[in-house]
Write a protein that binds this ligand. Structure first.
Ligand code: PHE
Length: 363
């Protein structure tokens, strides 16, 4: 064997190693190359066939090859250990967030009303006093306003003095006489805005928005959400209101849930009602199977919000003739409606806005 032939064999082994390393682990290759009967030893035996005066050089070639094999097999082992991927291993689950429980509730409520033809709308959260109060049959200084502990915007009241006229409340429309600005204390500011937007019934709106009132305790937050329904058309009666409430109760809380309306007072509806839903824990009876009082509702019913037939003065404020059209409206808080549904027994509603993941991740 000549030195040149030996060199060719050395090159063949090196090339083969590079190819093998592309597809196999170095540890699986080491016996093939460096084992007792490995390629290196086989080649080393052939040194006896090299001419005596070339053996020294041949020995050097073999030494270099051995060093290179050892080095490649161990170096590649290190770098492959870091990048080795076993494609059959199950992947690591990335942490995925979810919508806030209040957002989930808003989406669900929206879908329930959209299925019966309501259109979701949204209106300003900072609005004229006129839309929040005056157009809703609450003239300036009317005591009924006190119920909505309103945040006023610190900005000049530009209202020009024009006498309030219940026959034509639009005389004091902010586009004519200016006004005061408030943070909407309820979603009813959307009522006259929707009448103005459409110009003419039929109206079927669902307005879900943030409300602001100066209150804060375990059952109140200064910002909360309400949803407000408004339907106006020819011949709308209390029966349509009751049917809509029953439909919502069953869709949101489950079949069998009933609604109940009780006489109440709001300036912007006449007649007005408070709305209750039957308790889904005790089936509306107030008692559990073991004859103990239901501690969740105490009476079989949960009060959720207000409703009524739209007051004629409100229709006039929206430029709609109350002789021709009638309507109903209802509105209540999203947070309360949601916490009742789940039977969550959240004893402090402020938790919903605490941003505490231990709380939020439960939903
Ligand atoms: N806006 C009322 C509230 O804030 C609820 C309501 C809406 C009542 C529509 C009657 C009709 O409590």
């Amino acid at each position: 064997m000549t030195l040149i032939e030996l060199q060719q064999q050395v090159d063949t082994i090196k090339n083969q190693l590079d190819q093998d390393l592309a597809v196999s682990r170095p540890s699986d290759l080491s016996s093939k190359y460096l084992g007792k009967k490995g390629l290196f030893n086989q080649l080393a035996k052939e040194i006896a066939m090299v001419e005596a005066d070339q053996r020294k050089d041949a020995g050097q070639l073999l030494n270099q090859l051995k060093q290179e094999l050892e080095q490649k097999l161990s170096a590649t082992e290190d770098s492959q250990q870091q990048t080795w991927v076993d494609l059959t291993m199950p992947g690591e689950q990335p942490a995925v967030g979810h919508l806030h429980p209040v957002t989930q509730a808003i989406e669900e409520i929206t879908h329930i009303f959209e299925r019966i033809g309501f259109t979701k709308v949204s209106y300003p959260e900072v609005d004229w006093d006129w839309y929040a109060f005056e157009s809703l049959n609450m003239p300036p200084s009317h005591p009924a306003r006190d119920e909505w502990e309103t945040f006023f915007i610190n900005q000049k009241d530009t209202t020009q003095s024009v006498e309030y006229d219940s026959n034509n409340p639009r005389k004091r429309h902010p586009s004519l006489v200016g006004g005061k600005l408030v943070l909407t204390p309820h979603t009813s500011n959307g009522q006259v805005r929707e009448m103005e937007r459409l110009g003419k019934p039929p109206i079927r709106m669902i307005n879900i928005a943030r409300c602001y009132r100066r209150q804060q305790d375990a059952t109140h937050t200064p910002m909360f959400h309400q949803f407000e329904g408004l339907v106006i058309d020819k011949g709308i009666t209390i029966q349509h209101l009751k049917g809509t409430l029953d439909y919502f109760a069953q869709e949101f809380y489950g079949p069998g849930t009933k609604s109940r309306i009780r006489p109440f007072h709001f300036q912007f509806t006449e007649p007005s009602f408070e709305v209750d839903f039957s308790c889904h824990i005790c089936g509306g009876t107030g008692y559990l199977a073991n004859e103990q009082k239901c501690r969740f509702c105490k009476s079989g019913w949960h009060e959720v919000g207000g409703a009524g037939m739209v007051h004629p003065n409100v229709l006039k404020a929206g430029n709609i003739d109350p002789e021709e059209y009638t309507g109903f409206a209802f509105g209540w808080g999203v947070e309360r409606t949601y916490t009742l549904k789940e039977g969550l027994k959240i004893d402090d509603i402020r938790l919903l806005y605490s941003g505490d993941l231990r709380f939020l991740e439960q939903f």
